[in-house]
Write a protein that binds this ligand. Structure first.
Ligand code: CA
Length: 225
């Protein structure tokens, strides 16, 4: 799961990044509202956490502009206790949920899990396709009785393919999703990681395949479809 965090209080942001990464979220953090908006508009995120008071653009403005662009990514808004009307405006602007500062980590993680269910994840934190299931909490790929642990990037690739099942994803989309815009990853690395994921699919004796569609990209297939 790729998560965008826009929060200008650095200590808070650092603590959140650490906690979220421990939970196997891939986190990109921005402390400025304008930069946060640019990142949000890329459409590569599965979840967004937006602080309300930010330099540049506030969280409400970001949410509103993201929704105007037709991006439906779940948004969790962080509001200060004193800003009582924030809640109403936050829900108006297209945010899906809000959390009042200060909050418990447990509460934040529970809200994120609830929001991520809307993007196709299951209640137990697993994603399913064909004969396989992917568990985020344990970072495992399971097929029947067989299970194997996935590396962070392997997990990200397979998760992205499952969430976008039925679509062909280009190598560039996969590279941006897994390594981000700023990386200078050679596209070849995508192929390398795809081959790791294919090996693990064979290891658990799955019949799910990552099919290369010549000249276009990759697609997840199961059986003879
Ligand atoms: Ca703030």
């Amino acid at each position: 799961m790729k998560l965008l965090l826009v929060e200008d209080e650095m200590r808070m942001a650092q603590a959140l990044c650490e906690i979220l990464r421990q939970e196997h979220y891939q986190v990109d953090h921005f402390g400025d509202g304008c930069e946060g908006l640019l990142a949000a508009e890329s459409g590569v995120y599965d979840l967004m956490i937006l602080d309300v008071m930010l330099p540049g653009k506030n969280g409400f403005e970001i949410a509103r502009e993201v929704r105007q662009k037709g991006i439906g990514t779940p948004i969790l808004m962080l509001t200060a206790k004193s800003e009582v009307d924030d809640k109403v405006e936050g829900l108006d602007c297209g945010a899906d949920d809000y959390l009042t500062k200060p909050f418990m980590t447990k509460e934040l993680l529970a809200r994120l899990r609830a929001l991520s269910r809307r993007t196709g994840s299951r209640a137990d934190g697993s994603l399913k396709f064909g004969d396989i299931s992917l568990n985020r909490d344990r970072a495992t790929l399971t097929c029947g009785e067989n299970s194997v642990r996935l590396g962070e990037k392997e997990f990200g690739i397979l998760e992205y393919l499952i969430v976008n099942q039925g679509q062909i994803l280009t190598r560039e989309q996969l590279a941006v999703k897994i390594w981000g815009y700023d990386s200078d990853t050679e596209y070849n690395n995508v192929e390398v990681y795809l081959s790791f994921v294919r090996k693990k699919l064979r290891f658990v004796r799955s019949e799910t395949e990552i099919k290369a569609v010549r000249g276009i990209g990759y697609e997840l297939r199961y059986g003879h479809v």
